[in-house]
Ligand binder design. Structure first.
Ligand code: M6R
Length: 366
């Protein structure tokens, strides 16, 4: 059942090229690169006229939602908020009839997310679900939705669901952006063709596994880790840190790189390694100088970079090289080596990777 892998988590990490084929199937035309999501087509007016989109989710699904916020704001020009479902439901939130609430949940059974959905529906909002488990409670409680179709996820640490969620959000943003005429043809084609190539791209990314496994051996000593990223990859940093925390029990924090100087840089010393995401994007130069500041304080740096990177490579102690695709899809690429890093560190520490202590796969109580 683990397909020859020692853990479900590793199997699910390696499955990602094929789960994304399933996620994209029938939704992007390979000849024209046109994106079609039936949940959007059926409710076109709602999306075209939405005044605001509110994501509600927990954990990894919340991190994916932060990426969804960037995608939708930049491609559809609709204001977006991202809420922890558990906070949203108890805050007497302002919900209007022209708001769209998007509930994101792998299991479709998370109690807080389900309660947020019920609250939003009572307030008259249109509620859209991005779930994995077909026929789950959240999928049934929403007005419409798009399944991520990545197959059963057994490992407690979410991996293929995260990449599937971001993929669906990118397709959603393109489909809605097209209807709202807020996306240029050139950008639409750049992103949709990169989505079509995602499975091949992830095959390529997975080749770093042996090197990441070697790196993991070096860092089992650490008690604390910092993960840094900016823009689309700030949520990727949060997600990388969550993966490490939940399966290795090493404390890790994700930060937007520029926030370091507002406090957390005080933590940096030779014992506090930093995983820095520094793939090419419009904040690359800034990230590079944030990394320099860490190096100047004696911090060890593992940098995730492009193969042809010259600058950050010089400040980093170790590098993980990844292929580069459209900036807004880089979280899908970068999250894979971060999943592997957490996995191998946890394995070398002898942790129960698939069933970490104190955690359940779906949190059906609040
Ligand atoms: O099933 P859901 O997506 O609603 O679950 C939400 C979180 O409980 C889940 O993502 C959790 O954070 C994972 N263990 C993270 O790996």
């Amino acid at each position: 059942e683990k397909g020859g892998y020692p853990h479900f988590m590793l199997k699910e990490i390696y499955e990602q090229p094929s789960t994304l084929v399933d996620c994209i199937r029938g939704r992007i035309n390979p000849d024209t690169c046109e994106v079609k999501l039936s949940g959007v087509i059926d409710h076109r007016e709602k999306f075209v006229n939405a005044r605001r989109i509110i994501f509600v989710a927990c954990g990894t699904s919340w991190h994916a939602s932060l990426i969804g916020e960037h995608l939708i704001e930049s491609i559809c020009r609709i204001p977006v908020e991202v809420e922890y479902a558990s906070e949203f439901r108890y805050r007497n939130p302002i919900i209007r009839e022209d708001d769209i609430v998007i509930a994101v949940s792998q299991s479709g059974e998370t109690a807080d997310t389900l309660a947020a959905v019920e609250l939003a529906r009572k307030a008259g909002a249109f509620v859209f679900g991005i779930c994995n488990v077909v026929g789950s409670s959240i999928a049934r409680a929403t007005d419409s939705g798009a399944y991520i179709h990545v197959g059963p996820e057994i490992g407690v640490a979410s991996t293929k669901a995260f990449t599937g969620q971001v993929t669906v959000m990118a397709m959603l943003a393109l489909a809605v952006g097209r209807e709202r005429e807020t996306v240029s043809d050139a950008y639409y084609h750049e992103v949709s063709s990169a989505l079509l190539y995602l499975p091949e791209t992830l095959e390529e990314v997975l080749k770093v596994a042996p090197q990441v496994a070697d790196l993991a051996k070096i860092f089992t000593y650490a008690h604390n880790f910092i993960y840094l990223g900016r823009g689309y990859n700030y949520p990727t940093a949060l997600e990388g840190a969550l993966k490490l925390k939940e399966i290795s029990y090493i404390h890790a924090e994700g930060y937007p790189a520029a926030e370091m100087k507002h406090g957390p840089i005080a933590l940096i010393d030779a014992e506090m390694p930093t995983v820095a995401i520094a793939t090419p994007d419009h904040t690359y130069e800034k990230t590079a100088s944030n990394i320099e500041e860490i190096r100047a304080r004696g911090g060890k740096i593992i940098a995730v970079i492009a193969r042809d990177d010259r600058q950050v490579r010089r400040s980093a102690d170790y590098v993980i090289e990844v292929p580069v695709i459209a900036e807004c899809l880089m979280p899908i690429v970068v999250s894979v080596p971060l999943q592997l890093l957490a996995y191998y560190i946890a394995v070398y520490k002898g942790r129960n990777v698939d069933q970490p202590r104190n955690l359940a796969k779906s949190v059906t109580v609040e």
